[in-house]
Design a binder for this molecule. Sequence first.
Ligand SMILES: Cc1ncc(COP(=O)(O)O)c(C=O)c1O
Length: 423
Amino acid sequence: MSEPSISTGKVKQKSYRPFDLEKIRDDFPILKREVNGKPLVYFDNAATTQKPIQVINTISNYYLNENANVHRGLHFLSEMATDDYENARLKVKEFLNALSTSEIVFTRGTTESINLLVSAYARKNYFKEGDEVIISHMEHHSNIVPWQLLRDERNIKIRVIPITDKGEIIFEEFEKMINEKTKFVSIVHVSNTLGTINPIKKIVDKAHNFNIPVLIDGAQATAHQKIDVQDLGCDFYAFSGHKTFGPTGIGVLYGKAGLLDKLPPYQGGGEMIRDVTFEKTTYNDIPHKFEAGTPNIVGAIGLGAAIDYIRSFNINDIANHELELLKYGTEKLSEIPGLRIIGNAGNKSAVISFVIDGIHPYDIGTIIDTYGVAIRTGHHCTQPLIERYGLTATARASFALYNSLEEIDILTESLNKTINMFH
Ligand SMILES: Cc1ncc(COP(=O)(O)O)c(C=O)c1O
């Protein structure tokens, strides 16, 4: 197999845009609409983020002016689409500070990225009976179920790092879990339910002391903080376009070139091959080896536009704004009688899960929707975590760069009205 190719290309970075909330909100046309006769307050960003006009225009321009299949044509449009698709990969490479574009595999999203990796490792016969994989108690189902499928196939053991009541992993327990049977660590960067930001560098360092590869589920991190995979040191990093102001159906698996290169393909078909005969097939170089069939071309290009959008700001300005929202939201919600916040980690992203005495989260969500406020209720695809708190559901408000303190006031007011309605 040939050596992974290293692209040294660079996307030009202009100077940063000032963080002007009014102008930012203007970029997101959906924020101007009304819901149930009230201005939309969108606090369901952990489920999916809204899209700026720059992304919407890029997608529509692609279909209006450019649509063609990639990599296979010599005609003008095909070359244009290929350039834009591969340029999107370059943008992702820079966004994550990966070493090379060959380390960026386009997938359907975080879920597929994790499934790809588990399947490829399984096909390589990396896991044997009795081997252990470590995950944490705060994983999304997407980082639990693929490992369970593997467990059922290979008789491996899944070990779960416990968490404190505040919602922080107990690092000493993780340290104790590592032994000669540990073959993989797969952990979430930011919890979608608790908002906890995990100490990824510390986890990676520990695992690497034992030569154990580490996958990070970055679904809730990429829209909110600087991601530098070289600094984190992780071997693999997964994220979703739609949670990063990009379109649905596109995501990324970052993997260190040396590791990706050694893995067998995930799916078979077009584009992932070099040569096919009925006797034997040889495979393309990474990352194409993992991209069978016509890819989500417009999805990748749209994600590239979303990355341009994020990178037009100083990411610290976004992080600081969201920290302000988190602080203000925590303060205001804590004042509501009978409301309890679930997840109080010291290092937290702008996600607030809560329950209110005597009112089911579904009722909270349904009632405040009538005031135009969109939050999520349920187990947030983290059922074991929710059960850890003795609950079946929470209400969750999750913020993004375009949210305002005034919107938090509307949330608070609508929650107070809900409580009054019930009592
Ligand atoms: C932490 C986390 N991991 C994984 C996922 C799955 O992402 P997707 O559905 O985009 O594949 C989510 C989605 O909510 C998430 O929050």
